[in-house]
Structure formats: C-alpha cells, structure tokens
Design a protein around this ligand. Structure first.
Ligand code: F6R
Ligand code: MG
Ligand code: MG
Length: 375
C-alpha cells in the first residue's frame, strides 16, 4: 500500500520570546485538523519544539498535494488567530503570504514528506530541530546512512551492505545532485561539509538493498526562508522523517548520530554557532541564549495509514551525557561573546549591523601606507 508521510512545521508565535509554543495554539491547530482533515488524512500527530508547531500527517495523496498543504496552511492560520489574540510573540511570523496558492513552497512553513510502500511494520522517527538551519541535518544523516562507525549495520548487515543514495541540494544555485555512498563518499563529504549551501534533501535505498529496493527512506525540510522570502527573515528550523530497521539503520543507529553534540549555526538571533542538544519533549524549550539549539526525536510505527506512538526517544538517561557535553560547550562558546567562530561569519548572520557600522565609519578609514600614526 502506498502512503505519504507529510511533516509540516511553522513558527506562528511563541512565549515569552522565541521559547515555546503556547498549548492553546496547539489545541486550535489540532481542532482545525480534526474538523477539516477527516476526508483527507488517515491519521496525524502534533508536537512543538521551541517556537515551532509541528504536524505529522499520513494520507494517500502523494507529496506536494495541494489539499494536504492547504490543510496545514489553514490550520496554522487558525492557530495564528489564537496566537494574535493572546499577544504571543511573532504571531504568524512564518506565514509569509496572505493567501494559499496551491503549494506551501515559498510560503514559509517547512515541509518534509515522502511517499512510501508501507512495510508490514513501518517504523520511523521524526526529528525536529529549533534554532538552527536545514544543513544541521547533514552530519547526522550522513552518519546514519554512510558512516559504519555510527551504523555498523552498513558493515555487518548484508541487507544494507550496498549503502545508500543521497540527494543533495545546492540551495544557492537551486540544483540537485545524486551521489551514491560508499562509492562517492569523499565527494559527498566535500559538498555537505558546507552545510549552509549543500543540504541533504533525501536518502534512498539502492536497488541492491536486500530488504527495501529503491525507496525514499529519509527526507529533510530544506525550505530556505532566507531565499524564498527575498530578504533574510530567519533561519529555517528543520525537521526530518527517517525510516528505520530491516535493511535501514536501526532506531538506535539513527539516534546514535545525535549522541555527540556537534556545532550547528543558528542559536541567538540566528547568528551563532552552538552545540545541538538532544532533548525530550519536556525540555523542548529555548532558554539559555535562546537555546542552545535542540533536537527532539519522536518514534512511530505506521500500519494501514494509522500511527502508533510517539515515543519520546531522547527523553532518556542514555542521552544525559550528550546533554552535559552540550552544556559545557555552551559555557565555553558563550565566553567568546561576539567573536567568530561562536558568532557566524557576517554573510551568514541573520542579524547584522555591519553595513550600518561601515557606513558610519567609512570616512574614518585611512591609507595604511601613508597615514598610520607610527609615521
Ligand atoms: C533565533 C531566534 C531568537 C531571536 C531573538 C531576538 O532564531 O528566534 O534568538 O532572534 O530572540 O528576537 P527579536 O528580534 O524578535 O526580538
Ligand atoms: Mg524556531
Ligand atoms: Mg522562530
């Protein structure tokens, strides 16, 4: 049976700043989908991570369905009305257009969706990050699907020994490239190490996969707000759907990619590098320096279009150490204040006064050769 998992998220306001979505907003989104989604979707779940409201839906309309996108858009609109009434901060901020026009592309919300042949048991994990950007998924997705030091199944499970195919988007030139791992491993790494430009969009099984030939097995939201809005309106906090088990990374191999809190860009004012902290839902709020950037993992199984779960996978002492390391990294980096590499290079900052400062100081620059005080 072919089904589509559509995960759609948007920041439509939070409290007290950009910390956490209000439960009343969540309740309104839920109510809207219950009322209007009956004939469109077979099941859905809601979550929020930091200031982003997240909807996971299951249906048979395929990816890029205008009906499904419109349902999510209208649900976020309904949630925005509540956010505005409550005076929540940044109410409706990701809804960049006045009215829906067939597809969510370029309209603000982030979309991660894939059409799949549902397996007899279809386990998957939805990862949701706040205060960072889509390229933050490059490293963990690479580790899950291409690094045997993270995923020993690549070496010891015959079913997945052939590796995986990566679809990488150049978000500046608007081009895509398909690269097979392990054959093109070094080329893949040469691109995705530049995580602000080359972003893993999807991962597929190869035809040699013994359990699941040529299917989409992971998808990441890559809708770059910076580009679609025409001006920089914010980093695009990403989400990913990752299928697991039986010829794919096991749940634990997938989660293992987050046990090391690597640096991602975003955090305060979208302008700083910080450690990605894996947290359970109870800690999915942004506090210290509006962060640190966090990732939540919700695990599901899908059967005949119905969801079981979620299980809050990082709500577990096994990830306490990663959280402690992320806390230590936070302390270390914060002491650098406005200096790189804690602060991002100026072309990657979401907020920058540099042009204003340069304008003010431009007539005060002197020729080093002729006019320095030492002469
Ligand atoms: C980063 C983020 C926050 C805000 C910061 C300032 O993505 O959402 O760190 O940038 O709280 O917010 P404003 O400019 O809205 O006061
Ligand atoms: Mg956010
Ligand atoms: Mg936000």
């Amino acid at each position: 049976m072919k089904v589509t998992i559509s995960h759609i998220k948007a920041d439509i306001g939070s409290l007290p700043g950009h910390s956490i979505v209000d439960e009343k907003v969540m309740a309104r989104i839920q109510e809207y989908i219950e009322d209007h989604g009956k004939n469109l979707i077979s099941d859905f779940r809601m979550a929020h991570v930091g200031d982003d409201a997240q909807i996971t839906m299951v249906h048979t309309k395929g990816i890029d369905s205008s009906e499904i996108h419109e349902l999510a858009w209208n649900a976020f609109k309904a949630g925005t009305e509540v956010a505005k009434k409550l005076g929540l901060y940044g109410a409706g901020q990701d809804l960049l257009k006045d009215s829906f026009s067939g597809n969510l592309k370029g309209m603000g919300p982030g979309v991660a969706e894939m059409e799949i042949n549902e397996r007899p048991s279809e386990p998957f994990i939805v990862y949701m990050m706040d205060k960072t950007e889509p390229g933050a998924f490059n490293l963990p997705i690479y580790k899950m699907f291409a690094d045997p030091f993270n995923t020993p199944g690549l070496v010891i499970d015959e079913a997945m020994h052939s590796g995986f195919r990566f679809e990488v988007w150049d978000v500046i030139e608007h081009k895509a490239i398909f690269l097979d791992a392990p054959e093109y491993l070094y080329d893949l790494l040469a691109l995705i190490g530049s995580k602000e430009r080359y972003v893993i969009k999807r991962v597929y099984t190869k035809k040699e996969n013994k359990k699941l030939p040529e299917e989409n097995v992971a998808v990441i939201s890559t809708d770059k707000l910076s580009l679609i809005a025409g001006k920089y309106v914010g980093k695009d906090d990403p989400a990913a759907v990752v299928r697991i088990q039986s010829g794919l990374p096991a749940a634990g191999e997938s989660l293992e990619a987050f046990a090391f809190p690597y640096l991602v860009s975003g955090w305060m004012r979208g302008s700083f590098n910080g450690p990605l902290m894996p947290v359970g839902m109870k800690d999915a709020k942004m506090t210290r320096f509006d962060g640190p950037p966090r990732v939540v993992a919700l695990g599901y199984v899908l059967k005949s279009g119905k969801l079981e779960g979620p299980v809050d996978m990082f709500d577990d002492p096994a990830f306490d150490y990663a959280r402690r390391v992320a806390g230590e990294m936070t302390d270390h980096l914060r002491r650098m204040g406005p200096f790189e590499p804690h602060r991002l290079p100026d072309q990657e900052m979401e907020y920058t006064t540099l042009p204003v400062v340069m304008e003010k100081l431009k007539d005060r620059f002197v020729d080093i050769e002729k006019e320095t005080l030492a002469k």
